[in-house]
Design a protein around this ligand. Sequence first.
Ligand SMILES: C[S@@+](CC[C@H](N)C(=O)[O-])C[C@H]1O[C@@H](n2cnc3c(N)ncnc32)[C@H](O)[C@@H]1O
Length: 228
Amino acid sequence: MRHWILLGEAPIPGTDKSLSLFRGKDDFFIKLTGKLTGGQELMSSRKHGSEDALGALPCARIGSRAAAQVLIGGLGMGFTLAAALAAVGPDAEVTVAELIPEVVEWSRGPLGERSGRPLDDPRTRVYVGDVAKLLRRNPAGFDVIALDVDNGPEGLTVGSNDWLYSHQGIAAACRALRPGGVLAYWSAAPDRAFGEKLRQAGLQVEEVRVHAHGTKGARHTLWLAVDS
Ligand SMILES: C[S@@+](CC[C@H](N)C(=O)[O-])C[C@H]1O[C@@H](n2cnc3c(N)ncnc32)[C@H](O)[C@@H]1O
């Protein structure tokens, strides 16, 4: 922490919390600050194995579908977006929804180098706002929906994100999927009840544990769900 340089701060709309971007010796870090959280590391550019997998695995499942439409929520450090872009074809569009405008600005600045500047890809569309709105507005709109807006179903960042992991939110995401599409969620920890909720929505669910970094240490959970 001693050698970290604060590069930017961004209030989280509708909360008393904020995100802070720091640069360390070789890496970037985003911390969540607020009354209850104190100061908690939310993302690090050093560890992104599971964020990469969230973009790559569901996009690999749709193969080389022509003019694929992918929705990523949220941008964060851009690793999920970059992995999705690497997995889809030249005529695909990948929309990334990000609630906090400053996070998009950070990615357009030095932070973007870490993920290969995915915002500069001509297939990328940026929506600054709540990914929930895009789910509601786009019935049968996407071949892949990949959601990593928080720590997981038990969120830390924005209370209203609970809806995304509720029965209603899952149903809205299913309606936003095209036939044969893939719905994917990221979580820092396993959550049996959430896997069950996806099954109750009539989805066939695969739960995957992916190392945060390399082949050792902490693992995160992904759910990949398709219509059964
Ligand atoms: C954990 S980060 C995502 C990390 C990302 N997968 C990556 O590869 O770096 C979560 C991001 O979602 C954003 N976010 C939170 N709630 C959101 C919402 N409802 N809609 C869109 N973005 C949201 C946050 O501002 C943050 O940038």
